[in-house]
Ligand binder design. Sequence first.
Ligand SMILES: Cc1cc2nc3c(=O)[nH]c(=O)nc-3n(C[C@H](O)[C@H](O)[C@H](O)COP(=O)(O)OP(=O)(O)OC[C@H]3O[C@@H](n4cnc5c(N)ncnc54)[C@H](O)[C@@H]3O)c2cc1C
Length: 296
Amino acid sequence: MDPRFSLEQNVSLKDRCTYRTGGSARYFARPLNTEELGAAVAYAAQTAIPWFVLGKGSNVLISDAGYNGLVISMEKFNTIAVDAPLGAVRAQAGAELQDLVARCCESGLKGLELLNGIPGSVGGGVYMNAGSFDASISDCLDFAVSLTATGVCVTRQRADIEFAYRSSTFQHNKEIVLEAGFQLTHGHAAELSAIARSIEQRRRDRQPCELPSCGSVFKRPPPGGYAGALIEQAGLKGRRIGGMRVSEKHANFIVNDGTGSSADVHALIDLVQKTVFDCCGVLLEPEVIFLGDFNG
Ligand SMILES: Cc1cc2nc3c(=O)[nH]c(=O)nc-3n(C[C@H](O)[C@H](O)[C@H](O)COP(=O)(O)OP(=O)(O)OC[C@H]3O[C@@H](n4cnc5c(N)ncnc54)[C@H](O)[C@@H]3O)c2cc1C
């Protein structure tokens, strides 16, 4: 065991993801700082254990068999620093995106308010290039600090990071996002908070926010299509497998009635892909990230 960080074993992941499903992590670490994080990654490399970084678990489907590797939670990296006069904001990767949006709005800083209600972390948001209502987290990102697989901290300016729809450089380079810096413009705190509240209301009106899910299961199919519309067209609204069903309110959401498993979600994803392809000739690409083995 490496004394530079503490390692837990057989930690349930069910309450660490928004589907509320899945098994346990064989190893689990919640490093307090970059040194401990680096030590955890180095330990995994030395012992040939696969590792996975977990944010708020709002875009992962964790196998019911769990993960036979090391899950690294970023929950302790959670500070947000706002310099209102300069419009500069720094947020650590484990900070909640919703807290970041709230802090910016109440400080009269404009640029992130349309992302209100995305239930992920800042690091998960940068990794996924999360976005909503035609805005993306990359729109006002200034820089990101990340840790390479060999333990080196790298600061990249926005221009040196590739972002596209639900995609970022970090999906390809296996680096861990430590911190993100944003450059925002000045606005009126009350107006920005009102916009953020209205976005939240629009989410409640359109999405099944009251049930466990991971948000949109599939990416938008090009060009300019909507996965939800295709799923509805294929007659799949309300289709159920076990305790999971395609939401009647928003067809691109799969929701858990409280008894569902990850295997149910996986089977439903498969069914939706096949049915939509047969009906509309479009192969939907999952947005959700799969963790663990789904072949068993
Ligand atoms: C009700 C609901 C509504 C949603 N609405 C939206 C929406 O409007 N728009 C949208 O884009 N998404 C939406 N999502 C999906 C999800 O919230 C986003 O994808 C979010 O950015 C994921 O962040 P997370 O911290 O939960 O990441 P996780 O789910 O924990 O992880 C997702 C991926 O990011 C990686 N990751 C996490 N942290 C880091 C890090 N620090 N460094 C490197 N990699 C990291 C993980 O390894 C994993 O591959 C919604 C989800 C739910 C449940």
